[in-house]
Design a protein around this ligand. Structure first.
Ligand code: DGY
Length: 320
């Protein structure tokens, strides 16, 4: 029997490839730190039965039109806004993602980013590296408290719930806004469901964990930032495109809000000369929400299980 051809769009560890070569004819982009060029992907997708891809690849109609025998796209992320899922569905191509395995790790990072932004950790570390520390003074690098404040979580799915648990440990009051009520969070964590506007007006920390869709595109816009407290700290750990970055920049410049912690940007990678990167009251991270060795390995493993389930088992484990 001929093996299905699997194209992997980034170099993955040898031990993972070794495990799957008995089942798949594996082809792979051979660089770990560089995305596959578009023209190579367009070529490779022609012969592939399955692809394992990352969020750095736009799997759009142009790519899908080249795919003559493609049956499954296994995306190494919980978010899948890099894939035209409707176009894939029309062609009968299955799309899978990696939910659950990254929930706790991403919640850890989201809360770490919130803390780093509130307590100005990056600025403080730079202060020593730049040899600026000459004495102790009462308000030197004084930030905002976190404990007993109000967190407003926009997008109360699995990761939102896990962030709320962490907030509970800091005696925070929890507000949330979501398409559906999360009764478990209400009972377990006394999280309070609220409309978007009240959340913006009342939260000390506004945390975005919504996926990027047509409905959430630039959800955090000029009007949204204008409703936040002037002491509010905005955290985005979902997708950059849910924010109007010019409006955010304006809100930070004019002190309409106090600070922002951003793990995601509307164009990634963001460069050093981007205006958001230059602000002292912004902490920027290079989209590392799920980046622990354990979790990234589990994500890859789940991608493989989805492919194996599709070709040799009872179907993919986590289709979208
Ligand atoms: C996801 O899984 O969607 C993350 O943003 C990538 O780690």
């Amino acid at each position: 029997m001929t093996k299905p051809i699997l194209y992997i769009t980034r170099k993955v560890p040898d031990q993972i490839v070794k495990k799957i070569t008995s089942n798949f004819d594996v082809r792979m982009w051979e660089y770990e730190d560089q995305p596959v060029p578009r023209n190579v992907l367009l070529q490779e997708v022609r012969n592939a039965d399955g692809i394992l891809c990352l969020i750095s690849e736009q799997i759009d109609k142009e790519i899908l039109d080249q795919a003559k025998r493609l049956k499954i796209i296994s995306n190494m992320a919980v978010g899948y806004d890099n894939i035209d899922v409707l176009a894939a569905r029309e062609k009968g191509i299955v799309v899978t993602n990696t939910p659950d395995v990254l929930t706790e790790t991403t919640a850890d990072l989201t809360f770490a980013l919130l803390m780093a932004t509130a307590r100005r950790l990056v600025e403080a570390s730079d202060y020593i590296r730049n040899d600026q520390w000459t004495n102790w003074s009462p308000y030197l690098l004084a930030g905002s408290d976190i404990h007993r404040k109000t967190i407003g979580i926009v997008g109360m799915g699995r990761i939102g719930h896990a962030v709320a648990k962490r907030a509970k440990g800091f005696d925070m009051s929890i507000l949330y806004h979501n398409r559906n009520r999360n009764r478990n969070a209400e009972v377990e964590l006394q999280a309070e469901y609220t409309d978007f506007e009240s959340l913006l007006r009342n939260a000390d920390f506004v945390v975005s964990l919504v996926p990027h869709t047509l409905e959430t595109d630039q959800l955090f816009n000029k009007e949204a930032f204008a409703k936040m407290k002037s002491s509010a700290i905005f955290i985005n750990a979902s997708r950059g495109k849910v924010v109007d970055e010019d409006a955010l920049l304006h809100a930070l410049h004019t002190k309409e809000i106090k600070a922002a912690g951003l793990d995601v940007f509307s164009t990634e990678p963001i460069r050093r000369d981007h205006s958001l990167v230059k602000l002292d009251n912004v902490v920027c991270l290079p989209h590392i929400g799920s980046a622990s060795v354990e979790t990234r390995t589990r994500m890859l493993q789940l991608c493989i299980e989805n492919l194996e389930g599709y070709f040799f088992g009872k179907g993919p484990k986590t289709p979208v």
